[in-house]
Design a protein around this ligand. Structure first.
Ligand code: SF4
Length: 185
């Protein structure tokens, strides 16, 4: 069995700040961003084949736990990243939206695969042509299906967003107005 040396374990990088003899000072935003981005609790909303790629992403070979995201949540109330993976039929739209609304702020959305991003190959009357018609999306992962590496890349981009998000963003008029456009209070 392969063993991992302590030197191989990568520690998350400290945010920008001022360092001196015995002290390190930075802003609260950056500390909270660092903690949040390395402890994402994803809610997998998997409806079809892209969900299988997500299973591979969670498996030992790709191991999403390396990024602090091993704790999946099947309750929206204990999740902060909604991962939508698969074809979303129009009938499923209200369910997806309800799941999003039940998540507490701050929450992020990762749209995985062509179907979730744009309806994919299903340009038909019954399929939602992109989940951003009903909920806001933070990062899109293209592909049909995207490989686990692409899903991990999407997670890294979400981590980057989280690390650089102001603590005040969710209370800003711009954010509220964006939610209002979706009819979400
Ligand atoms: S994008 Fe392709 S692989 Fe993913 S759910 Fe749609 S058809 Fe399946």
């Amino acid at each position: 069995m392969e063993t991992v040396a302590l030197n191989d374990v990568k520690v998350a990088e400290a945010p920008d700040g001022i360092q001196g003899n015995g002290f390190f000072a930075t802003s609260l935003d950056k500390v909270v961003g660092l903690a949040r981005s390395n402890s994402i609790w994803p809610l997998p909303f998997a409806t079809s084949c892209c969900g299988i790629e997500f299973m591979a992403t969670m498996g030992a070979h790709y191991d999403l736990a390396r990024f602090g995201s091993e704790r999946l949540s099947f309750s929206p109330r204990q999740a902060d990243l909604l991962m939508v993976m698969g074809t979303i039929a129009k009938k499923m739209g209200p369910v997806l939206r309800q799941v999003y609304e039940q998540m507490a702020e701050p929450r992020w959305v990762l749209s995985v695969g062509a179907c979730a991003c744009s309806g994919g190959i299903f340009d038909t009357y019954s399929v939602l042509q992109g989940i951003d018609r009903i909920i806001p999306v933070d990062v899109y992962v293209p592909g049909c299906p995207p490989r686990p590496e692409q899903i991990i890349d999407g997670i890294l981009k979400i981590q980057h967003l989280i690390q650089n998000e102001s603590l005040r963003r969710r209370d800003s008029p711009e954010y509220k107005s964006m939610l209002n456009k979706y009819g979400i209070e």
